[in-house]
Design a protein around this ligand. Structure first.
Ligand SMILES: [Zn+2]
Ligand SMILES: [Zn+2]
Ligand SMILES: [Zn+2]
Ligand SMILES: [Zn+2]
Length: 344
């Protein structure tokens, strides 16, 4: 299917480009799935796919550039809504778009993943294990860039040392540049019925879920968003939580925005009357997603978590691999199928 009828855009629409800017003529476009730390920690997702462009996008004025020290990739995000938009490899001078902002018409798979790269950065294999098979193809995995291919045993071994429970008191979270940093306390259930749907089976872990909806996709710049759900009073900024659940007043709408106000450098985008998305103003990482009418939990982007065990933070998060939000709207159905078939 031709790429000409597609377009790409950020969540707020400040960044908008025609599909003719894509260097491929047809969908799906071959892409590596990059699991490296910068890709994970500047998107908030567990890795990313990118599609090559013919040249420099015209809407860079609407974007903020993040160049990490010593890196050869400049990363861009929308200055208004935080969507991760483009990458520029300053060595090869090639431009890429984050594949999640591409909207094919009619909807179909945007990318065909060809390899999993930089799997070693995940420490636990991350999404390379559930996405080892995509569309019937076995996807080669590499610890770093292309080199010695990893075996199934290599990848399985990465996840085997996962502790069942945390060895530290708090879970650290940080975007790639370190502007946004906080810590998360373990869940306290306290028999609060309003929390039951947001915790793992025993109430001792948080819950991890995927969403393929258009809004999450445009928000993160990737095909899927990967979230966990944290009680805002369990988010520690400095040495305490700025959110006091006991004084929360639903009628007065005193809410978890206290978190956003407490972190300098965090930028917010009100994507609807009820929802605020926040991102790092320096590197663009997705951080929180808050719904005013659901103040008991705040979504935290899993890609910014820094658990000892690896990017899935399995000692803190119980993954429900079968429960996938908005798979009907997915632009990368191969990824949905792989997650649904995955039996850890
Ligand atoms: Zn935008
Ligand atoms: Zn990368
Ligand atoms: Zn940052
Ligand atoms: Zn979503």
């Amino acid at each position: 299917m031709s790429t000409i009828a597609s377009h790409f855009q950020c969540y707020c629409g400040s960044v908008r480009e025609p599909g003719a800017l894509l260097s491929s003529w047809n969908f799906p476009i071959e892409s590596e799935f990059c699991h490296c730390n910068p890709c994970r920690q500047t998107t908030g997702v567990l890795g990313g796919t990118f599609v090559e462009l013919k040249g420099q996008p015209s809407s860079l004025d609407a974007c903020t550039r993040y160049a990490r020290p010593g890196g050869c990739v400049d990363r861009y995000f929308c200055s208004t809504c935080g969507t991760r938009t483009f990458d520029h490899n300053t060595g090869s001078r090639k431009w890429f778009a984050c594949s999640g902002i591409v909207e094919p018409s009619p909807a179909q798979d945007v990318v065909r993943v060809s390899i999993h790269a930089f799997v070693a950065d995940t420490k636990d294999g991350g999404l390379s294990r559930p996405m080892r098979q995509l569309g019937g193809r076995k996807i080669p995995c590499y610890a770093e860039g292309v080199g010695q291919e990893m075996t199934d045993e290599d990848i399985d071994a990465m996840s085997r040392h996962n502790p069942e429970s945390p060895e530290v008191d708090t879970l650290a979270a940080s975007c790639h540049c370190g502007t946004v940093q906080f810590r998360i306390l373990p869940p306290k259930h306290d028999n609060r019925l309003d929390l039951a749907p947001w915790l793992g089976a025993e109430g001792t872990k948080y819950l991890g879920l995927y969403c393929f909806c258009r809004y999450c996709r445009l928000g993160s710049g990737q095909s899927l968003s990967v979230n966990t759900y944290i009680m805002p009073e369990n988010v520690i900024i400095g040495d305490k939580s700025p959110f006091d659940y006991t004084s929360y007043d639903k009628e007065a709408k005193v809410k978890s925005t206290a978190l956003q106000d407490a972190i300098p450098g965090l930028r917010c985008y009100a994507s609807s009357d009820d929802v605020r998305r926040s991102f790092c103003g320096k590197c663009g990482a997705s951080i929180f997603w808050e719904r005013e009418s659901r103040p008991q939990v705040v979504n935290v982007a899993v890609g910014i978590l820094r658990a000892d065990s690896g990017c899935l933070a399995s000692e803190w998060i119980q993954w429900d691999w079968k429960k996938i939000w908005w798979k009907e709207g997915a632009v990368d159905k191969e990824m949905v199928e792989a997650l649904e078939k995955w039996d850890p």
